[in-house]
Ligand binder design. Structure first.
Ligand SMILES: Nc1ncnc2c1ncn2[C@@H]1O[C@H](COP(=O)(O)OP(=O)(O)OP(=O)(O)O)[C@@H](O)[C@H]1O
Ligand SMILES: [Mg+2]
Length: 284
């Protein structure tokens, strides 16, 4: 018999994968996300930008069940998602975190294997105990996890403890673990934060390759050169609301977007997009 964890739908060409309607998230008197409408079509890479505190991560948390939105609905492949992280992952939506969340004392390979357990009938404990019923499934989990490590460029570090990997490799490992859940949609929260320009270029190629595997992607980033090169569409959030959405060319040339970044304060991430990207290109 198939366990419920194995059941999921897969996106088909042209389908709306994610459909968030009027999503609002309040923290006491603060409205961090205000009536945001957001959709992703099958095969799309969509960027989510906006100055610090705009509500980008909070919106991801609403999409992935980490927060229960104050109001609004989130649908994946036409079905309303229960606001619980495990239910969302099992439905087919995976994510990475702005602040990396790996199991530091487990190997890179084991971190990816953890991701796969939401698609196997064996629980984590049973698999660790290597009960005879589950050996075949466990072998398959190891093979698929190794394949994912290789896909993200971490072939040689499978037995390294996650905490000993450099920053860029930890971000790749988080992506491999997210892919291990076999998502149809992947949400990446600042996947190139802390990366040098070469690593950022590799991350761009990796995300294109993920799309080639039939996974749609939403990516939050402050590096505008990265976003505009990568994305089919871009949405800019400011103070919890959608300020502008459109193609990279439309968003890039929109005065309101530039003003939102200039007016939002002096932190590095709030610099106007072009200034930050040029700094980075110069190795600053
Ligand atoms: N759990 C929480 N409780 C209270 N306020 C919160 C909580 N999470 C986020 N906020 C507030 O919601 C607002 C949006 O924060 P959020 O982290 O979503 O912004 P962001 O766009 O991801 O910013 P950054 O680019 O710096 O990551 C901020 O004012 C933040 O302080
Ligand atoms: Mg954030």
């Amino acid at each position: 018999m198939t366990a419920p964890a194995l059941q999921k739908s897969s996106p088909v060409a042209g389908q709306v994968v994610l459909d968030a309607t009027d999503v609002t998230m309040r923290f006491g008197g603060l409205v961090a996300v205000n009536k945001v409408n957001f959709s992703v079509n099958e095969g799309e890479i969509v960027g989510l930008i906006g100055p610090n505190g705009a509500g980008k991560t909070t919106f991801f948390n609403c999409l992935t069940g980490l927060y229960k939105p104050t109001s609004g609905t989130v649908r994946y492949l036409g079905k309303t998602l229960k606001p619980q992280p495990v239910a969302v992952t099992r439905a087919g939506v995976a994510r990475t975190f702005q602040n990396i969340r790996l199991f530091g004392n487990m190997s890179a390979l084991e971190n990816v294997m953890v991701g796969r357990y939401c698609r196997t009938s064996a629980g984590v404990l049973t698999s660790i105990l290597h009960g005879p019923r589950y050996r075949r499934e466990e072998k398959e989990t190891v093979e698929k996890s190794k394949e994912l490590l290789s896909f993200v460029g971490l072939t040689d570090v499978g037995d390294h403890l996650a905490r000993n990997l450099n920053y860029g490799d930890q971000r790749r490992l988080e992506i491999a673990r997210a892919l291990a859940t076999e998502p149809g949609l992947l949400l990446l929260d600042e996947p190139t934060a802390g990366m040098n320009p070469q690593e950022t270029g590799e991350a761009t190629d990796l995300i294109f390759a993920i799309r080639e595997r039939g996974v749609s992607v939403v990516v939050i980033e402050h590096d505008m050169r990265f976003i505009f090169r990568l994305c089919d569409r871009v949405t800019c959030l400011v103070r919890g609301e959608t300020l502008v959405e459109g193609t990279p060319a439309q968003v890039q040339s929109d005065e309101r977007v530039i003003e939102a970044y200039i007016g939002s304060g002096p932190t590095h991430a709030n610099k106007p997009a072009t200034e930050k990207s040029l700094d980075e290109e110069a190795g600053a």
